[in-house]
Design a protein around this ligand. Structure first.
Ligand code: FAD
Length: 305
């Protein structure tokens, strides 16, 4: 119930304006967000690299109806990728892009053009891009843009949300050789007409999608903090003869860092999703909704403790 309220608040402009105005937001930002500037993001990436973790970096920001803002977001990614180039991370330093932040709500062609520019900058780093998945109304458009991007940048990946009824079919489509799919449970508030609602149903759907991806020929990116799903991934890897190098685990910055390091220590590729930037509100509220216990942390920070 609290989770649903927090997800509703994540889309409220009024709450966004009030919360963003609190002077102590920095404490909150630091738990889940690597910083506000490119320099802070770079420092966080270097720290993770030294802990043997790969990264996918998200320039925070979502849904814009302003063509200038969409262009500025694409520019921010290009600046970020230039700043990371000297680190020589290759595929261990990719970026994650929300198409709504680069103009998808205005025009698919605009989002495609900006995403292409970001892919080109990533390719100069020997790296790539994964498209985040947003609410269910964007899935067809996102997969359409993915198909076009992959004509020039075949290694471009995409997130698929297990909670959507359609996702098993999408996983089947995307399980061919060369395809990179990040499987997530799903973080938006979706109606019962399109998505599983209960945790147990979502978890079962995740396993069905995971099975399809692990049995397929693509590169599954298993994005979860859920130990049971991590264990099932290892069982499926055995069953389908996958070696440790042909799938990876992904987790969010600041969440279960001990588990990130233990998996990496066991030889797995573990990629940390690193958000940075000042537009942290929507991202942060989704993290609270996943784990309402984090609300206590948030309130303490606002109270200066
Ligand atoms: P849960 O059942 O939510 O959590 C399992 C356990 O993990 C919990 O018991 C707890 O111990 C820990 N945990 C989980 N969340 C938190 C938290 N916020 N704070 C503290 N502990 C926590 N969603 C999308 O809709 N689109 C995307 O493009 C997308 N990209 C993602 C990329 C990555 C790398 C990851 C890891 C997640 C992404 N998500 C995305 C979010 C995802 O959909 C889930 O909301 C999120 O991962 C929580 O689900 P879970 O699988 O960790 O399982």
């Amino acid at each position: 119930m609290l989770g649903q309220l927090l997800l509703a608040a994540s889309r409220s402009g009024l709450v966004r304006r009030s919360v963003s105005g609190f002077p102590l937001t920095n404490k909150v930002v630091q738990r889940f967000v690597a910083g506000e500037s490119v320099e802070e993001a770079r420092v966080a990436v270097e720290r993770l690299r030294d802990a043997n973790l790969a990264v996918t970096i998200d320039h925070l920001g979502e849904e814009t109806l302003d063509a200038g803002a969409a262009k500025a977001t694409a520019g921010a990614y290009i600046t970020l990728l230039e700043a990371l180039r000297p680190l020589g991370l290759g595929t261990r330093g990719e970026v994650s892009v929300k198409l709504s932040a680069v103009g998808q709500r205005l025009d698919d062609a605009m989002a495609l053009e900006h995403a292409r520019e970001i892919c080109a900058a990533a390719a100069l780093n020997g790296s790539t891009v994964t498209l985040d998945m947003e609410d269910h109304t964007t899935v067809d458009s996102t997969l359409g843009i993915l198909r076009k991007l992959r004509e020039d940048y075949p290694e471009t990946g995409v997130a698929i949300q297990a909670y959507l009824f359609r996702s098993e079919a999408d996983c089947r489509e995307l399980s061919a050789e060369g395809s990179r799919v990040r499987l997530v449970k799903g973080a938006y508030r979706e109606p019962a007409s399109v998505a599983h609602q209960g945790k147990a149903e979502v978890d079962k759907a995740y396993v069905r999608c995971l099975r399809i991806l692990m049995a397929g020929k693509g590169y599954p990116m298993v994005a979860t903090h859920d130990d049971r799903l991590i264990a099932i991934t290892e069982l499926l890897a055995d069953r389908f003869g996958r070696s440790i190098g042909d799938h990876e685990f992904q987790m969010l910055y600041g969440i279960r860092t001990d588990r990130q390091e233990s998996l990496a220590g066991a030889g797995h590729t573990v990629r940390v999703y690193v958000p940075y930037g000042d537009d942290w509100y929507g991202y942060f509220m989704r993290r609270l909704a996943e784990r309402p216990a984090n609300v206590a942390f948030f309130l303490r920070a606002l109270g200066g403790k």
